[in-house]
Design a protein around this ligand. Structure first.
Ligand SMILES: Nc1ncnc2c1ncn2[C@@H]1O[C@H](COP(=O)(O)OP(=O)(O)OP(=O)(O)O)[C@@H](O)[C@H]1O
Length: 265
């Protein structure tokens, strides 16, 4: 007997992978900055590491649907990210903090976060509460009425994180979110990451291996646009127990992986 498949069975569910990429190629200018990447990410906090020019920002921009992949398959939250018809629904469930982001300097923190919530088509009635919650979560409660132009670099980045999480995204993409944060704020941010990663897929690019070890459930290492390693922070540290350059086992593990990868490619 042929069973009728109902619409809800085909609709994306929260169980869908956050990111499923196969043979992904993404250009930055003429350069293949992401070059045949296979990557699957589920719920959790994934730390994206790699040397300068590895393709981290280009990958994150493609996952944020800001640039279109040149080749390969890309599914995000169960949606085909290369299909224009999916983009509106998909974008309403994404959060994205770009490496450098534009803003109206005369906006207050609250104006900015509310504006970004509105751009993501959140229901108007929920925007004020969601904005307050996001501002509280990044520790900017007492600066909510301050103009963006008056904030320090670290506070501005926290305002950027607030706009990225205002819609409680299922897929959150953060490109170097800890740049400019003071040590106390970095520790608080790690706590926030753990909470966010409990029920959504969070990808965080950073150069700070120690942040990855402290706050991430797994490590993704890129070099020259390709996946070099995906595994637990403890696996990274184990690789650096007796070998490699760096001040901690994880930093040494990072250098061992890159060295081994480069010697065979
Ligand atoms: N607009 C562009 N035109 C040409 N090449 C580019 C462009 N943007 C990036 N690239 C190149 O693409 C590669 C990947 O860059 P990308 O910014 O994605 O790397 P990254 O890993 O984020 O680096 P970083 O750690 O320095 O931020 C680099 O070789 C870079 O020079």
């Amino acid at each position: 007997m042929v069973r009728t498949v109902r619409a809800h069975e085909l609709a994306p569910t929260t169980e869908a992978w956050g990111v499923e990429a196969a043979g992904l190629r993404v250009k930055a200018g003429r350069h293949n900055a992401v070059n045949g990447l296979d990557l699957t990410l589920g719920t959790g906090v994934h730390g994206l590491l790699g040397p300068n020019g590895a393709g981290k920002t280009t990958l994150i921009r493609a996952l944020a649907t800001v640039i279109k992949p040149k080749e390969g398959r890309l599914r995000l939250l169960g949606f085909d990210a290369t299909d224009r018809r999916s983009l509106r629904d998909l974008r309403s469930r994404l959060g994205y903090l770009p490496q450098s982001f534009g803003f109206y300097p005369g906006f207050t923190v609250r104006d900015y976060v509310e504006y970004m919530a509105w751009l993501r088509e959140m229901p108007s009635a929920s925007i004020a509460d969601a904005t307050q919650r996001a501002i509280d979560r990044v520790g900017l409660t007492d600066r909510a009425g301050s103009r963006l132009k008056s904030l320090s670099g670290g506070m501005l980045r926290r305002a950027g994180i607030a706009q990225a999480i205002v819609n409680e995204p299922d897929l959150l993409l953060l490109d170097e979110p800890t740049v400019g944060l003071d040590p106390e704020q970095r520790i608080e941010f790690r706590d926030l990451l753990r909470v966010l990663g409990a029920d959504s897929c969070v990808l965080v690019s950073t150069h700070l291996v120690e942040d990855v070890v402290a706050a991430c459930s797994d490590v993704v290492l890129l070099d020259a646009g390709r996946l070099v390693f995906q595994g637990l922070p403890a696996d990274l540290s184990r690789l650096g127990e007796h070998d490699g350059a760096g001040d901690s086992p994880a930093e040494r593990g990072y250098s061992v992986l890159l060295r081994n990868h480069r010697s065979v490619s």
